[in-house]
Write a protein that binds this ligand. Sequence first.
Ligand SMILES: [Cu+2]
Length: 135
Amino acid sequence: MLILVGFVLAAAVAVGAAVWIRDDGSSAAGEALPGTTVEVSLSDYAINGSFSAVPSGDVRLHVVNDGATFHNVGLRGGRITNNLQPGHTATLDLGTLPPGTYELYCDVVGHVQLGMVASLTVVGTSPTTVSQTSS
Ligand SMILES: [Cu+2]
């Protein structure tokens, strides 16, 4: 009888542990992915967001088109979203970015000239000397 009680107790603990693991796993899945997600708002005609000190590593853009016409946004020389209609959103994975200065732009014809360009600065753990001047 004592053995049976012990077995039941062990089984209960095992079930409890399994539930705990499952809860932990689903919780992790619901949280943000590793790295940095930068919120980007597109307007007519600007790319808005906090781009001045993005931590190096995995970077992705969560983009919403708050403009009245379609736009896209991409990393110069890298990936770019599809055209987004007004009100539409997209997530663009930029991959792993080392420290440096990158350019975000909208490649709809004429939009860079209208102002749809932004500087994205990725900062790392190693100290860097910032000597550039902003235009
Ligand atoms: Cu645009």
